[in-house]
Design a protein around this ligand. Structure first.
Ligand code: NAD
Length: 268
């Protein structure tokens, strides 16, 4: 393992445009469960998974009912959101923010909705599946901090769903539901980053959720791009030969060690 950490550190230190991709695995050490692991959200509550698949359709058909369910605390993601509220970044998030601060990582693209990369200090961040602390207009796509709306007051007054302050359209959670297209701005920027990078550091994702899982494929098509995985277990990227190598273990353990080795290699 030590030699793989060294290898990743020298690959990063030599890279011209390194980016990171992250998934639910980087946040399990912050106490946020993933979906299908042993303590996963769907594992504990399979009925919630079925309802989650209907959530976007419900929003399109009846946005008021969608919001009433969300605010009732009974929504399929209620458990995830309760954990997200109190979670703090762990050493894995902090290491990626440090690598960005060192000028090595140019961008982090995350599937996570927990806001922990931003809390850790990552700046150039693309939240592919949105953010639990934001709302988004379904018509014009503009985003708002969740605190900009008093959702409870709207519920009590019977004024749900919230309406966009820019165009008057219906507002939903910024988090991308099953069946909902990825917002165009973030989808396009993520593709550009995947085409541009010469190193992709993929952390804590099983990389099976599409279209996010296309991003490693885009980089993998170019010989010039090195793909490094840090994950608790092999994934389809490992098995399919998309990644050049896997450093197997916890992101909270491995990423800080990589960052430390990168720091040692930088001049001054
Ligand atoms: P996933 O659950 O499919 O895969 C997580 C991967 O991380 C697994 O391979 C697992 O073995 C690994 N892992 C778990 N803990 C780890 C650790 N400490 N160190 C290294 N590896 C670890 O997650 P995914 O690929 O992100 O896809 C699931 C979807 O769930 C995503 O779309 C995401 O938006 C959503 N989700 C997000 C959160 C969050 O915001 N924190 C939580 C749950 C689910």
């Amino acid at each position: 393992m030590e030699s793989l950490i060294d290898r990743a550190a020298s690959d990063l230190a030599r890279s011209g445009y390194a980016i990171a991709l992250t998934g639910a695995g980087i946040s399990t050490e912050s106490g946020i469960p993933d979906f299908r692991g042993p303590g996963g959200i769907w594992t504990r509550n399979p009925e919630a998974e079925k309802r989650a698949y209907r959530s976007y359709e419900n929003f399109l058909v009846d946005p008021r009912a969608y919001w009433e369910e969300r605010l009732s605390g009974e929504a399929p993601f209620a458990t995830l959101f309760r954990e997200v509220e109190k979670a703090q970044p762990n050493p894995g998030h902090l290491a990626l923010a440090e690598l960005e601060g060192l000028g090595i990582l140019k961008c982090v693209i995350t599937q996570n909705v927990d806001g922990l990369h931003r809390k850790a200090g990552s700046v150039n961040l693309l939240e592919y599946h949105g953010c639990a602390f934001k709302l988004r207009c379904a018509s014009c796509g503009v985003r708002f901090d969740r605190d900009e709306y008093d959702l409870e007051e709207l519920r009590v007054k019977g004024e749900l769903p919230p309406l966009c302050r820019k165009c008057g359209g219906v507002v939903k959670s910024d988090t991308v539901s099953f069946g909902e297209p990825i917002p165009q701005d973030v989808a396009q920027q993520s593709q550009e980053e995947a085409h541009r990078c010469d190193l992709m550091l993929i952390c804590g994702t099983s990389a099976v959720v599409y279209p996010f899982a296309q991003l490693p494929q885009i980089a993998g098509q170019r010989q010039a791009a090195t793909i490094v995985e840090v994950n608790a277990e092999p994934t389809p990227l490992t098995q399919g030969g998309i990644s050049d190598y896997l450093i197997q273990g916890r992101t909270g353990d491995i990423l800080p060690r990589i960052a430390q080795e990168v720091r040692r290699r930088l001049p001054g």
